[in-house]
Design a protein around this ligand. Structure first.
Ligand code: KIV
Length: 315
């Protein structure tokens, strides 16, 4: 997520347009509808045990959920990144449970096959396990099949309480954007051997408490590899190198709809912002030159009605 420049900062200004060569242009639209992906199925997807890496993207509304579904991803994260990507905030701290439920419901109405994971926003699980369960239930009632929350050791009671309520929980360690002020910015985490070992311990504790998968964000790839081999649940990386059991990116970054800044770990697979600006500019030009709408893009009265209204000869 965006941050000020500095050592280890995940700046979105680096701009990377990844190699598209050899990319599989595979979509699922022409394929049989898939059965819904479940949390237990995700839980079993360790690459070391021979599984294919998991693919997760964010989606915040029905059209983007349909894109993710047609592309055949495994999980859709209705991330609190909606705050920055769609709602124009500087960080993720402003979104509420009601905001998240609104976006989860929009995604769920598309009835996508990927597992819908609803992100628990800041302060929705920090005060008490009871409150956390109530808020997780709100996201499930909105259409999520699992929730995600940030943090390790401090969150174990909350994870256990939500899992006890039969709601699958995804953990999130490393660069946890809800801790932006505590971290002093959006900075790569676990760069020392002590911090790396602490991260391994936190990940083991989360897995032991019942998390079915763990997002690893903004950590060196060697550390992500250590964590991934230490836990028996899948790790899903973002800015965490290639050794995780899966990868997640923000859909708007993948599509190039977000073109302002790009952290080093983003690979853009399309340039939809430029395409969109071009399309709207051509529409504006057509309107101004009276080339839109054309005859075939207009409705017409039946001849008799036009005659009654004295409209012959008019437009
Ligand atoms: O909110 C989000 O999009 C996330 C991902 C970056 C993992 O938490």
């Amino acid at each position: 997520m965006p941050g000020a420049a500095g050592p280890g900062t995940l700046s979105r200004t680096a701009g990377s347009r990844g190699a598209l060569d050899g990319m599989r242009r595979l979509t699922m639209s022409s394929i049989e509808p898939r059965s819904p992906v479940t949390a237990p199925a995700v839980r079993g997807r360790k690459v070391a045990a021979g599984a294919e890496p998991l693919v997760m993207v964010t989606a915040y509304d029905a059209p983007s959920a349909r894109i993710a579904d047609d592309a055949g991803v495994d999980l859709i994260l209705v991330g609190d990144s909606v705050a920055m990507v769609v709602l124009g905030y500087e960080d993720t701290l402003s979104v509420t449970v009601a905001d998240m439920a609104h976006h989860v419901a929009a995604v769920a109405r598309a009835k996508p096959a990927p597992l819908i994971v609803g992100d628990m926003p800041w302060m929705s699980y920090h005060r008490s396990p009871d409150e956390a369960v109530t808020n997780a239930a709100t996201l499930v009632r909105a259409g999520a099949s699992a929730v995600k929350l940030e943090g390790g050791r401090k969150r174990l009671r909350v994870v256990e309480a939500i899992v006890d309520a039969e709601i699958p929980v995804m953990g999130h360690l490393g660069l946890t954007p809800q801790s932006v002020h505590a971290m002093g910015g959006f900075k790569v985490q676990a760069r020392t051997s002590e911090a790396a070992m602490a991260l391994v311990t936190e990940a083991k504790a989360l897995a032991h408490s019942g998390c079915f998968a763990i997002v690893l964000e903004g950590v060196p790839d060697e550390v992500a590899r250590l964590v991934t081999s230490a836990v028996d649940v899948p790790t899903i990386g973002i800015g965490a190198g290639p050794h995780c059991d899966g990868q997640v990116l923000v859909l708007h970054d993948v599509l190039g709809l977000e073109d302002r800044v790009a952290p080093k770990f983003v690979r853009r697979y399309a340039d939809l912002k430029a395409d969109a600006v071009d399309a709207v500019a051509r529409f504006a030009d057509d309107v101004r030159r009276r080339r839109f709408p054309a005859e075939g893009e207009s409705y017409h009265l039946a001849a008799g009605v036009a005659e009654t209204l004295g409209l012959y000869g008019g437009r």
